[in-house]
Write a protein that binds this ligand. Structure first.
Ligand code: GLP
Length: 261
């Protein structure tokens, strides 16, 4: 069992985090054109998707053989509601690149039988040969996907309640109307995430610094879901300087800055 995360890079700013993440994804696809990706939403990966679109348009990466699964989804909304992660992904990524629709997978925000939906999602991941690269953000309370504190490390895709602080963090998708943010979500489990061959976690901004500190230095404990990543042997963490206030202490290296390589 791994106990420490040793591939942690501090980037100068959030754009540099996005660029480094896009490059990692491109490398993964260049090495394995039919890579299976687990994709995040939220504010953090916006630059990553923008750079990846640029790389695709520049002919540097071909997405025609990849398969994608989204990490999580709100539950109890029509699929085409602008607040769903499906809609987010269409806006920021899939409307701008060509990925065959049959290779793009989402959890159904409107599933009549959420347990069957979640089991079916696990089944589809298995049929695609498993996740090659899982890309994650992190919640202020250390959640990954919608695996809130207390989630079992062997949890699988399932219906979960969303904590109030997490609902507040997601209100931007609902024009800042907290009452419109769903109370439940479907999320891949921590066990599902740990089954990925490689994991990339991104964090930017001061609000994430405490969760990142605990993930790196705290106990490996379900109360800090991201600490589970220390049990995985291929994790890369990309931070901006705000999310990594203790960069000197951890002795991390810098990654190339935009335009600097
Ligand atoms: C949400 C999502 C997570 C995401 C996290 C951070 O609740 N379920 O998958 O990583 O919050 O979001 P942000 O990048 O906007 O800070």
């Amino acid at each position: 069992m791994e106990q420490r995360l040793d591939d942690i890079s501090i980037c100068e700013n959030e754009k540099a985090v996005g660029k480094a993440a896009a490059k990692m994804i491109a490398q993964q696809i260049q090495q394995k054109p039919d890579s299976v990706l687990l994709l995040p939403t939220g504010r953090t990966p916006l630059d990553m998707y923008a750079y990846l679109v640029e790389m695709v348009n520049a002919g540097q990466v071909d997405l025609s053989r990849i398969a994608t699964f989204n990490l999580d989804e709100f539950y109890g909304l029509p699929q085409d509601h602008p607040g769903t992660f499906r809609s987010y992904m269409q806006r920021v990524f899939f409307s701008q690149v060509q990925v065959p629709a049959e290779r793009v997978h989402f959890l159904d925000s409107n599933a009549a039988d959420p347990a069957a939906e979640c089991d079916g999602y696990e089944q589809k991941i298995r049929e695609r040969g498993g996740i090659d690269l899982a890309i994650l953000g992190i919640g202020v309370n250390g959640h990954i996907g919608f695996n809130e504190p207390g989630s079992a490390f062997d949890s699988r895709t399932r219906l979960v309640p969303i904590r109030e602080e997490t609902r507040a963090a997601n209100a931007f998708l609902f024009n800042d109307h907290l009452d419109k943010v769903p109370t439940h979500a479907l999320t891949t489990g921590i066990g599902t995430i740990l089954d990925a061959k490689k994991i990339l976690l991104l964090a930017t901004g001061r609000s994430k610094a405490n969760a990142i500190h605990e993930m790196i230095h705290g106990d490996i404990n379900p109360e800090l879901p991201a600490s589970a990543l220390r049990m995985h042997s291929h994790v890369t963490v990309l931070l901006d300087s705000f999310a990594a206030p203790e960069s000197q202490e951890t002795g991390n290296r810098l990654v190339p800055q935009p335009g600097g390589d």
